[in-house]
Write a protein that binds this ligand. Structure first.
Ligand code: AMP
Length: 192
């Protein structure tokens, strides 16, 4: 059975994009590309670009597109050729429009919104391993949530109007969400 192999996961901080993204990628046999993880690695390496990226990430803001391009451009284009579960890019309407324009032969097959309410999102972020991420304190988590509601949610309509969007209730436990995602993709692959 053929299952979708170029997916985008969208959701607020704490929605489970990373957990579900790696599970999905493993089950589909494609790489999981988390732009947050790629950016954190650049910050860790301490490159000049990484130092600038780190300032935005620590403030809970989006990294501006001109800076993002230095880090992501190459990885994105090669990942799309091979099939990928994208986690974290695109996440603004401008990024989505540019991304879709540039895809040409390799369109996204499905965009999955992991919908999570604000308090669940913040509670999950604060429950993550302490010290693992510089942007996981409450103030920054709430800032990232605000950025998501203002800058990322408007992008969802772009994909909805193209018939690409599915919404999954991400408030539930990770096993239930994973089972739902699997069922959704299998149903799509059967043309249901
Ligand atoms: P995430 O791991 O998806 O929560 O992303 C962590 C942080 O990385 C975000 O708060 C942003 O600062 C930055 N980031 C990740 N993806 C993007 C993107 N597509 N555009 C701008 N900034 C991004």
């Amino acid at each position: 059975m053929r299952v979708t192999a170029r997916l985008l996961l969208v959701g607020p901080p704490g929605a489970g994009k990373s957990t579900q993204g790696s599970l999905l990628a493993a089950s589909l046999g494609v790489p999981h590309l988390s732009t947050g993880a790629v950016l954190r690695e650049e910050v860790r390496r301490g490159s000049p670009v990484g130092r600038q990226v780190g300032e935005y990430m620590r403030a809970g803001e989006l990294v501006p597109d001109w800076l993002l391009r230095f880090v992501l451009e190459h990885q994105l284009s090669s990942a799309l050729d091979a099939g990928v579960v994208l986690d974290g890019y695109p996440r603004t309407l401008e990024q989505a429009e540019r991304f879709i324009r540039s895809l040409g032969h390799a369109p996204l097959e499905r965009v999955i919104e992991l919908a999570v309410d604000d308090e669940t999102a913040v509670r999950r972020v604060l429950g993550r391993a302490p010290g693992a991420r510089a942007d996981d304190d409450e103030q920054t988590a709430r800032a990232r949530l605000g950025v998501y509601r203002e800058q990322t949610e408007p992008m969802l309509e772009f994909f909805r109007s193209r018939g690409l969007l599915e919404t999954v209730d991400g408030n539930r436990c990770k096993e239930t969400v994973a089972a739902d995602l699997g069922a959704l993709l299998r149903a799509r692959a059967r043309g249901a």
